[in-house]
Write a protein that binds this ligand. Structure first.
Ligand code: AOF
Ligand code: ZN
Length: 390
C-alpha cells in the first residue's frame, strides 16, 4: 500500500534554530516556487521508479547485516531527474544513519531542493547516538521523501514522517513495504515483541535423526552447509546450545570458517556442572552461562541465574532483549530445540537434510510442512527453510 500525504498546517511544532532559518526561507515567493517544482517532480515519478530506487535502498541496507544490530539495516538514495546523485547506508552500530551518509556523499548540494530522498525505514526524529535524520532532510531542503516502512521504535514510531510533513515535505509511504519488512525482520521482532528474532538451526539425516542415541558426534551436513552455517553465525547477535550439546559435542560456536563477528555464546547449564575445559570457555570470545545456581565456578564467563521452570525461555529472552540482543540462533541439541518449538518461540528454522541414514537416534523436532517456505540445495544436502507465522 502506498500513501502520500497532505500536510496539516494547524499542527506546527516548535522548530530548532536551523529549521527556523529554513522555514523562513520557504515563506512567500520561495515557498510558492518550491511547491511548483515539487508538483512537477512528483508528477513525473511513477510507482515503478519508486520501487526501482527503493530496491536500491534495500540492496545498500543489506550490507549492514552483522554490523548494525540492534539497529535496523537502512539504505538511502537521493534522486534528481531520474538519476541517483548520492547513496549511503547505515554501516555500523553507533555510526551515522543512512540518510546522513547519503547527504554526506552529495557532490552538487544545489540539486537537493529539486530531489527525492528514498529510504527503506522512516527517518528518525529522536536524538540517539546520532541527531535526527528528519532534521538533516529538512535542513537539506529536500521536498519529497519516499519511505519503505515506519519505524516501530517507540522513540520514532511515525513522528519522523509527521515532522517532515509538518514542515511541508511531501512523504510517500509503503513503497516495497513487504520487502522492507522482510529485510528488517530481526529489528521489527526485537522492537515489537521485546525479544530477539529466533532462528532454529539443525542438521538431520534423511530418516530425521539429529545423531545417534549414545550422543556421539557424527557429522551429518556437508562442508558447504558448514561454511554456510558459519556465515549465518556472523549475522546474528547470539548463539545458544543446551548442556548436553556443550558437553558431548564440545562446540566452539564461533564463526571461524567465515569472515565477520562472532555471536555471543550462550549455554544452558542448570546445575552448573559444565567443565572449564570445554571449548565454550576458552575465552576466545564471550560466553554467557545460564544456570539455576546463584553462581558458577567457571572462570571468564558471564553468569545469568534464572529459575529452570516453564518460564525459563521467556525470561531468558527478556534478559537478552535488555542486553540489546536483537537476534538469536539456536543450534541444539534436540531437547533445547524442542523447547523452543513447543513454546512457539521461533521465527525461522533452517534445516540441513543429508542423504545419510541412521536407523535410530535422537529425533529431530517436527515442524508443520505448511510453514515450509523453500527447499534448496546446499552441496550434497537439502536446505529446508521454515517461517513461523508472523
Ligand atoms: C534512520 N536511519 O539509518 C537508522 C535508523 O542510537 P541511534 O541514533 O543510532 O538511533 C538508533 C535508532 O534509530 C534505531 O533504533 C531506529 O529506530 C533508528 N534507526 N533510523 O532514520 C538509519 N539506522
Ligand atoms: Zn536516523
Amino acid at each position: 500500500m502506498i500513501a502520500t500525504n497532505t500536510t496539516s498546517p494547524s499542527l506546527r511544532p516548535s522548530p530548532c534554530p536551523a529549521l527556523i532559518f529554513f522555514f523562513r526561507a520557504r515563506q512567500g515567493l520561495g515557498l510558492r516556487l518550491g511547491a511548483l517544482k515539487e508538483s512537477a517532480i512528483l508528477s513525473t515519478m511513477n510507482n515503478h521508479q519508486h520501487e526501482h530506487y527503493m530496491s536500491r535502498c534495500l540492496e545498500l541496507a543489506s550490507q549492514g547485516l552483522g554490523h548494525v544490530a540492534p539497529n535496523p539495516m537502512v539504505g538511502s538514495v537521493i534522486v534528481h531527474n531520474d538519476h541517483i546523485i548520492a547513496e549511503g547506508y547505515h554501516e555500523k552500530y553507533s555510526g551515522p544513519h543512512a540518510e546522513r551518509n547519503a547527504l554526506q556523499n552529495i557532490s552538487q548540494p544545489s540539486l537537493l531542493s529539486e530531489s527525492t530522498l528514498y529510504v527503506n525505514l522512516e527517518p528518525c526524529s529522536h536524538h540517539g547516538k546520532t541527531p535526527p535524520c528528519a532534521d538533516a532532510i529538512l535542513e537539506a531542503k529536500i521536498p519529497h521523501v519516499v519511505v519503505g516502512i515506519t519505524d516501530p521504535n517507540p522513540l520514532v514510531s511515525g513522528s519522523g514522517i509527521q515532522r517532515l510533513r509538518e514542515y511541508g515535505v511531501n512523504v510517500t509511504e509503503g513503497v516495497l513495504e513487504k520487502e522492507s519488512k522482510e529485510l528488517n525482520r530481526r529489528f521489527l521482532t526485537y522492537q515489537t515483541k521485546k525479544r530477539p528474532y529466533i532462528i532454529l538451526k539443525w542438521a538431520e539425516t534423511s530418516d530425521r535423526f539429529l545423531g545417534p542415541l549414545d550422543g556421539q558426534r557424527v557429522p551429518i551436513s556437508c562442508k558447504e552447509s558448514q561454511l554456510l552455517s558459519h556465515k549465518w553465525r556472523t549475522q546474528e547477535a547470539a548463539i545458544l546450545v543446551g548442556t548436553n550439546t556443550a558437553e558431548l559435542d564440545n562446540p566452539q560456536l564461533t564463526a571461524r570458517l567465515a569472515t565477520g563477528n562472532n555471536p555471543l555464546r550462550i549455554v544452558l547449564d542448570r546445575s552448573a556442572r559444565l567443565s572449564q575445559n570445554l571449548a565454550l570457555f576458552d575465552g576466545s570470545t564471550p560466553t554467557l552461562v545460564v544456570t539455576e545456581r546463584e553462581r558458577s565456578s567457571l572462570q571468564g564467563v558471564e553468569t545469568l541465574s534464572l529459575p529452570f521452570n516453564s518460564s525459563l525461555l521467556p525470561q531468558l529472552l527478556t534478559h537478552l532483549y535488555e542486553m540489546n540482543i536483537a537476534s538469536l540462533i539456536v543450534e541444539g541439541g534436540g531437547y533445547t530445540l524442542e523447547q523452543f518449538v513447543e513454546q512457539d518461540l521461533w521465527d525461522e528454522a533452517r534445516i540441513f537434510r543429508s542423504s545419510s541414514e541412521l536407523g535410530e537416534g535422537t529425533r529431530a523436532p517436527l515442524l508443520s510442512t505448511k510453514l515450509l517456505t523453500s527447499s534448496t540445495s546446499s552441496g550434497t544436502d537439502t536446505l529446508a527453510h521454515f517461517r513461523n507465522k508472523l
